[in-house]
Every structure is written in C-alpha cells, then in structure tokens.
Design a protein around this ligand. Sequence first.
Ligand SMILES: NC(=O)c1ccc[n+]([C@@H]2O[C@H](COP(=O)([O-])OP(=O)(O)OC[C@H]3O[C@@H](n4cnc5c(N)ncnc54)[C@H](OP(=O)(O)O)[C@@H]3O)[C@@H](O)[C@H]2O)c1
Length: 333
Amino acid sequence: MRRKKNPSPPLKWGLLSTARINRALIEPLRGSERNELQAVASRSEVRAQVYAAEREIPKAYGSYQAMLDDPEIDVIYNSLPNSLHSKWSIRALQAGKHVLCEKPLATTLEEVDEMRAAVEATGNFLAEAFMYRHHPQTRKVKELVDSGMLGRLRLIKGEFTFNIDDESNVRLKPELGGGSIWDVGCYPISYTRFIMGKNPEEVFGWQHVGDSGVDEVFTGQLRFEGDVFAQFDSGFRSPYRSRMEIVGSDATLIIPHPFNPGLEVDIQVWRGEESETLQMPSQELYIGEVEDIADAVLLDRSPGISLEDSRGNVEVILALLSSARSGKPLKLE
Ligand SMILES: NC(=O)c1ccc[n+]([C@@H]2O[C@H](COP(=O)([O-])OP(=O)(O)OC[C@H]3O[C@@H](n4cnc5c(N)ncnc54)[C@H](OP(=O)(O)O)[C@@H]3O)[C@@H](O)[C@H]2O)c1
C-alpha cells in the first residue's frame, strides 16, 4: 500500500516488539517535535499492555500485524531479532508504513533485495538503524580522513566485544540470526566501509563457533583497492571493548567511542610519539536516526544510510563468514 506523501508532523511511531533496545528510542522520540511514540506491539497481549502502561505509550497491540493494520501509525521501529528483520519490515512497508529497522538490515542478500523491491513497490522509506552513522563525531572523522591529514591511508583497525551474561540471549541463537559478527562485528565493518566509501576487494575471516552454534569470537581482515588493509574483531566472550584506529602514512587517529559516542567525546591524533586531543561535536546518540527518518518522510529526502550501503555491509559479513568456514580468503565480485 502506498501511503500519502508528506504526512503532517508529528509522525506516529510504533515499536515492533518489546525488545530491550527500544529504550534507546523512547526518549529521543519523546524529545522530538516531529515525532511521537504512539504504540507498541508484542507477540503477547499482556506483555504489550504492561509495557505500554509502564512507559505511558497510548496504544498496545497483542500481535505485530494488528499494529501494522492501524492506519494512524506512520513509522515502524523494527527491533526484532535479526532473522525477522526482513519479513516484518516488508510487511510494514506493504501496510503503508515507513520503517527504521535495526542492524543488520538482514542476514542474506536475497532478503535485502526483497526489502528493496518492497520499498520500490510501495514508495515507503526503509533505513537501517546504524545510529553511530548519524552522530556528528562520525562525520567529523570522515572529514578529517578525507582532508588528507593522516597522509596516505594504510590501515583501519576496529573492535567491538562484550561478555554475554545470559545464555538464552537471542544473540546466541543461530535460527534468530545470532553470532558476534552480525551483532557487533557489523559496526567496525560498517565504519571501515564508510571511511573507505566502498567495499573491500578481498576478505579473510577466522571464527570460534561455541556450543551455541554461532560465532562467539570472530576476527577478520579486509583488503581494499590500492592495498589499504583493515582488521577487526568481534565477540561475546571478552569484556566490553569498542574502538577504531585509522592509520595513515603521517598520522594515526584513535577513536575511543566510535559506535556509542555520548555527549562528551574526543579523539586523538598521534604523530609518532606526540599526541593531540580533538574535541568532537556532541549529540544524543539515537536522535540522529529518528530525525533522519523524519527528514525522509516529511521532506521527501533519501535516508542517510542507503539500502545499497546496507547491502554492501551484509555482503561483506557473508563473505567473511564464508571465508571463516572454508579457511580461505575470498574475493568479492
Ligand atoms: N543499534 C543499537 O544500539 C542496538 C543495540 C542492541 C540491539 N540492537 C538490535 O536490536 C535488535 C533486538 O535486540 P535486543 O537485544 O533488544 O533483543 P531482545 O531484547 O531479545 O528483544 C527482541 C524482541 O523480539 C521479539 N521476538 C519475536 N520473536 C522472538 C523470538 N523467537 N525470540 C525472542 N524474541 C522474539 C520479542 O518481543 P515480544 O515478545 O514483545 O514480541 C523480544 O522482546 C537486534 O536486531 C539487535 O541487533 C541494536
């Protein structure tokens, strides 16, 4: 179903599930003049009712489809487990909604292509919720690299790990699209591809598959055109670590909070033994992706993260997983 162009603000949002990550969106939605939190849906009527009552959300639905059938809802926030991203984003688009879908957009290229086909058929917007991409620190880092201040780009390193404390976590379930590379490895891969502005030519991965059946530790290498290299690791069995390092012929940038920059952030530039701290522009972490959807819907602009970009990330992750299974490097098309 095509929705009417340019609905009037505030856009009415519905949370698709009672996922933990919803909490990140609730305050930004409430603080935004162009957006409004209107509904939550759950597989369980009771869970939806309790969730809505505790958070003063006006409407609660005991099934996902029931919320999609509500003509008052403009935007769906898809916070389902990874394996359900494509199915429910497509259903939402077909129900006339715009969709902000959690990362990773999907776990196969076929799913991404079906999502893109639904966007084209309905004219509704769909964007991957990589919140860090909308933070001004990320744009500043890209600007600094593009300005040439590091000299010739040589190497990009990234890490994102944490210890999972609950063995029933959806991240440990293969059937729900679990695994550390999908959950957190996707960030340094996305960051690296953003800095490079393209996909690598070749990748190589190693993984430790735990008793859960998913990769619980992953380490990968990416080779870009012109022999710019990248390395990253992700995992569920080490304490929290999150960092990016961008190495050029003249200087190195260290970004201590690349994926979750808060209100006070800074980065360091190292030239040999000398370092300088650069204060970064600040912004609440999740407001950017919310306002980006409002810009798309209300001003008819393309979302900040294109489907082509999200497809590229999925493609690289799949290639790394395939390489890890075969034990061989893999060239991308
Ligand atoms: N951008 C970020 O900062 C960020 C951070 C964390 C997570 N995420 C992403 O957000 C998504 C959700 O992560 P989360 O940690 O918030 O997940 P979670 O707390 O486990 O919630 C997932 C929700 O999905 C629903 N669901 C539907 N089918 C399910 C099934 N078979 N098993 C379990 N739950 C099912 C459940 O809601 P109902 O029971 O109410 O239907 C559940 O509450 C993932 O895609 C993840 O990658 C993003």
